[in-house]
Ligand binder design. Structure first.
Ligand code: 7PM
Length: 273
């Protein structure tokens, strides 16, 4: 299976690593916008050295309860970073749910959209259709501000699956072909620990949609709940969770710890081929 993203064709016959680059003021330097961009660019280059296959660049935290950021602020954060990475030879994904940010980022050189809102915003489908970018369609229940309050499902896997299948149909209806699509069950987005574990255990079910699956488990609170560890101490748990995901057919893992995840995949592949 190949993923078409802009000028890139990613061979998904082996799982790929998407490295997370958060361009938020608290993540990179408080010495002003320019320094923050430079630091984010340097960080992104390190992830490439570490073996990242895709970079996911985001300017607004989608974490539960996070304050929304204005469109202009988000653009000011991510565009200089995308522009500063114009020489790299791996795809850049823009992590946003805002159509204007998608459009500007794709024009600046990004070739994938990672949308936790699955292109449900007005104009998002149409704008992405007019490009050759790939899109990750993620499931969530509720809005980031309240989604963790009381998540409930009658049939978790079936509900997440049918949402994703409806979004695949919506994307294909506007001309975004299946080769450009990725689906993601959205770990932690309106899910309890029990829900997250059931999703992880049954991840192979989503491969039945016929679209590559992406899993974002890195450092998530479900791993904190299981191990009792703080967010900065969840690397081992994250790498193991990524292994469980690829064992269940996941094509792309979205991670902070690129080096360690790449090592894990090398070990896994050594016995898998
Ligand atoms: C706090 C909680 C901070 C959660 C950050 C997060 C995903 C994503 C995020 C995912 C896709 C994080 C998350 N998670 N995009 N964006 N899939 N496609 O760990 O699971 O970065 S935000």
């Amino acid at each position: 299976m190949f993923l078409h993203c802009g000028k890139f064709k990613l061979d998904l016959s082996h799982p790929k690593v998407m490295g997370i680059v958060n361009v938020t003021p608290d993540s990179f330097s408080d010495g002003g916008k320019h320094l923050a961009s430079e630091a984010a660019i340097a960080y992104a280059r390190r992830l490439i050295d570490d073996g990242a296959d895709i970079l996911d660049i985001g300017g607004e935290s989608t974490r539960p309860g996070a304050a929304p950021v204005s469109e202009q602020e988000e653009l000011d954060r991510v565009l200089p970073v995308i522009e500063g990475l114009d020489d790299i030879n791996i795809p850049i994904s823009i992590d946003t749910y805002k159509p204007e940010v998608m459009r500007a980022a794709l024009a600046a050189g990004a070739s994938m959209v990672n949308d936790v809102n699955a292109l449900q915003a007005e104009r998002a489908l149409e704008w992405v259709a007019n490009t050759s970018a790939a899109v990750c369609l993620m499931h969530k229940q509720g809005a980031p501000q309240n989604m963790q309050l009381q998540p409930q499902y009658r049939q978790l896997i079936a509900e997440v699956s049918s949402f994703l299948s409806e979004r695949i149909a919506a994307a294909e209806a506007v001309g975004i072909s299946g080769e450009r699509l990725i689906v993601d069950p959205g770990f932690g987005f309106g899910k309890t620990l029990e829900h997250n574990l059931a999703l992880l255990k049954n991840l192979h079910e989503f491969a039945l949609l016929g679209i590559p699956v992406l899993a974002g488990l890195s450092r998530k609170s479900m791993l904190g709940q299981i191990t009792g560890r703080e967010v900065d101490e969840r690397m081992t748990a994250s790498v193991v969770a990524a292994l469980i995901a690829v064992q269940r057919g996941t094509s792309i893992v979205r991670v902070h710890d690129v080096r360690e995840t790449v090592d894990m995949l090398k070990v896994w592949r050594a016995i898998e081929e």
